[in-house]
Design a protein around this ligand. Structure first.
Ligand code: BV8
Ligand code: ZN
Length: 249
């Protein structure tokens, strides 16, 4: 698909984009790639930290075995994120939210860039790198201001150990998050799937639910994914270049 100067996608997409009332946007690490945030899988290899594939360092097992190592991994990533800004893909999605009666945004990303771009009511399926959660009292602690050196940060309310408020492999998603996302998928007329390799579950099931419910499903990704065959339309390209052109005549 050669991106014409002013529009991308089929006439069908332009029609659905113009007339839909209920829209669902599902995003993964690829939507933040143009902001300089490394993806997990791209170019065939998987992110590795100190010799451990990220599914290992970002796992419930590692939290039990070595909490300081988990903090070191997320401190490193939070350090990377301090200097990044939302890109045109995040901005396009935030603008769409003002255009539609009902647009819901479901992300696997923990980087907070959708919110930084102005998106509201973002369903964070896998939590946020900017929050800590207390093992003992369950209290949440904003981490943006918190100076974290190598120790495990303590809960300001009860002194207990904090953990990153992210969903690790082998852990359940935040209460109600998947259910809300599945509800939106079952109701939407148009579903965009942007920058995800669609291999991590249950997140990857959301577009499948939208498809099964009859929504027009559109994938935006420079590479094909296990989901591509299930989509009504695949826009092959970078989200920051493709999204601003969608619906433009
Ligand atoms: C659970 C937070 C149950 C932490 C994350 C069913 C089948 C098989 C396995 C399972 C299954 N059900 C459960 C599992 C196990 C596991 C899983 O799915 N494993 C996978 C690896 C097979 N799932 C879980 O463990 C989940 N929990 O199932 O609990 C349970 C039941 C009972 C009791 C207890 C528990 C929890 C999963 C969540 C884990 N946490 N993140 C952290 O960030 O470290 S997952 C993390 O990885 C991300 O959040 C995201 O979900 C995933 C990475 O995927 P993507 O975001 O898609 O990124 P990726 O790099 O892979 O791809 C980027 C894409 O962008 C590429 O396609 C690329 O081409 C594209 N791209 C690149 N540049 C651009 C672009 N696109 C557009 N524009 C560009 N410029
Ligand atoms: Zn506490």
């Amino acid at each position: 698909m050669q991106a014409a100067a002013h529009s991308v996608g089929s006439q069908k997409l332009r029609d659905v984009f113009a007339n839909a009332e209920k829209v669902l946007v599902v995003t993964g690490a690829g939507v933040s790639a143009e902001s300089g945030v490394p993806t997990f899988r791209g170019g065939g290899n998987t992110a590795v930290w100190k010799g451990m594939p990220f599914e290992v360092i970002s796992s419930a097992g590692m939290l039990q075995r070595d909490l300081p190592a988990v903090w070191e991994w997320f401190n490193y990533r939070r350090g990377l994120l301090r200097s990044v800004k939302p890109n045109p893909a995040h901005q396009a999605i935030a603008e769409w939210q003002n255009q539609y009666k009902h647009l819901s945004l479901v992300t696997q990303n923990i980087d907070g860039l959708h919110q930084a771009a102005g998106s509201r009511n973002v369903i964070e399926l896998h939590g946020s790198i900017w929050r800590g959660r207390c093992f003992d009292c369950g209290g949440l602690q904003a981490l943006r201001e918190l100076r974290i050196d190598d120790d495990v940060p303590a809960c300001p309310s009860c002194g207990g150990h904090l953990r990153p408020d992210v969903v690790l492999f082998g852990e359940m998603l935040p209460a109600g998050a998947f259910e809300r996302a599945a509800q939106e998928a079952g109701d939407c007329e148009l579903c965009f799937v942007i920058g995800t390799s669609a291999v991590v579950y249950p997140a990857a099931a959301i577009p499948e639910i939208a498809r099964a419910a009859g929504a027009y499903v559109v994938e935006v990704n420079p590479e094909l994914t296990p989901l591509s065959g299930l989509c009504d339309e695949v826009l092959t390209g970078k989200a920051g270049e493709v999204l601003p052109l969608i619906g433009k005549s």
